[in-house]
Design a protein around this ligand. Structure first.
Ligand code: NAD
Length: 377
């Protein structure tokens, strides 16, 4: 089958296919037909893509002839107009928030595989793009904070005196949070971390960080898929109150808390941020879904009146676009290799296909996404 990629507008710099992934698809007997200039954001020339086995053609010719269209971010309804009817769009589709795209995919008669819906099983790990990108985001968040803060991260003993290590607080310890902890520890910081899922306490400690416990009352835990359960308003208020103290002692705060399919929980108020030392840095990795921190703006840096820098970095893995693309493209190649047999998509008897197949023959198959679409009418 013919596979192409749709470019994403800046500041996105990630690509859905890079040369090693193109080689693998060609070995699987697929035709990779890419729009001229596709590799530009990663300084890959058309010749680099051709050397890997791709055909490089005009953008409209690539789009209109492809059976499978790979994306890094949800295509706009206008992007879809140039695609072949019945084509399968595969990638990050942000299904709960990009409702016009989901609607246009369904109404346009496309099929859509949404990688955010990948089952979180051991077998699916190699296709799990949320995890591969979250891991890089956790790393990039720490480096961005380290670069902006006016302090070193490790303890330093010098003849002029001893510098205390920076204190880093990681709020939300999923895939991104764990990588943030590991990166901050490698840089010598003293790391505290917190998550509502008690199961992560042991993982935090095994990385040499301290797990902070708050008494929220009531139930808290995780779903069968491993995602956090949403807290009640009362629990969130208790959490904010107790957290303010840890936040005030921290030089860097990295927040990663998300609840699948919902806006991110608001965990840090402007008052809590005002309690931090001037020059401190907060990186909000949930900025694109509403933010964990009052005052962060997705894609921007804001310095508060008290001198605290709020970084709503988005899309964060774009900061390490080369490796992020390598991982994302590998996830997609594994998905294609698994989900198609002889150019036909497997049936929904397959657990992976059943999980990621968001739209088939004009119908949205995911109940929560369908409910969101109906509420949006
Ligand atoms: P996520 O991006 O949905 O959320 C990030 C973290 O924020 C989570 O740890 C969550 O518990 C936490 N959080 C949510 N609300 C919070 C609040 N009010 N306060 C503090 N923290 C809060 O999570 P993720 O990185 O996608 O990982 C979710 C789980 O799935 C993890 O256990 C992860 O290890 C697991 N996982 C499993 C697989 C697999 O088996 N294939 C793959 C990826 C992730």
């Amino acid at each position: 089958m013919v596979v192409t990629c749709l470019p994403s507008p800046p500041p996105e710099r990630r690509l859905a296919l890079v040369p090693v992934a193109i080689e693998k698809l060609v070995k699987l007997s697929h035709v990779v037909r890419l729009p001229a200039g596709y590799g530009g954001p990663l300084h890959l020339s058309d010749a680099d893509l051709e050397r890997a086995g791709a055909e490089v053609v005009a953008a409209d010719a690539a789009a209109s002839s492809a059976d499978v269209v790979l994306v890094v971010s949800p295509p706009s309804p206008k992007d879809l107009e140039g695609l072949k009817r019945g084509a399968t769009v595969v990638g990050f589709l942000d299904p709960f928030f990009s409702l016009p795209t989901v609607r246009a995919l369904a109404e346009g008669g496309f099929r859509a595989l949404c990688v955010e819906l990948m089952p979180r099983t051991t077998y699916a790990q190699k296709m799990d793009a949320l995890s591969s990108q979250a891991s890089l985001a956790g790393y990039a968040a720490v480096l961005a904070a380290a670069e902006r803060i006016d302090k070193v991260l490790p303890m330093m003993s010098t003849p002029a005196g001893t510098i205390a290590p920076a204190r880093v607080f990681v709020l939300g310890v999923g895939v991104a949070g764990l990588q943030a902890i590991a990166t901050a520890k490698r840089l010598g910081a003293r790391v505290d971390a917190y998550d509502t899922r008690p199961v992560v306490a042991e993982q935090v400690r095994s990385l040499g960080a301290r797990f902070v416990e708050f008494d929220l009352g009531g139930e808290q835990g995780q779903t069968a898929q491993g995602y956090a359960q949403a807290l009640t308003d009362e629990q969130l208020a208790r959490q904010r109150e107790q957290m303010a103290k840890v936040v005030a002692q921290s030089d860097i705060v990295i927040t990663t808390a998300q609840v699948f399919g919902r806006a991110a929980p608001r965990l840090l108020s402007a008052a809590a941020i005002a309690g931090m030392k001037p020059g401190s840095v907060v990186v909000d990795l949930a900025a694109s879904t509403g933010g964990n921190v009052e005052g962060t703006v997705a894609g921007e840096e804001v310095v508060t009146d008290e001198g605290v820098r709020l970084m709503g970095l988005h899309p964060l893995p774009a900061a390490v676009a080369r490796d992020a693309s390598l991982m994302y493209a590998a996830n997609l190649v594994h998905l294609i290799a698994h989900a198609w047999t002889d150019d036909a998509l497997k049936s929904t008897d397959d657990e992976i296909v059943d999980g990621v197949l968001l739209i088939d023959e004009g119908a949205v198959r995911h109940d929560a996404v369908r409910a969101r679409l109906e509420a949006d009418r």
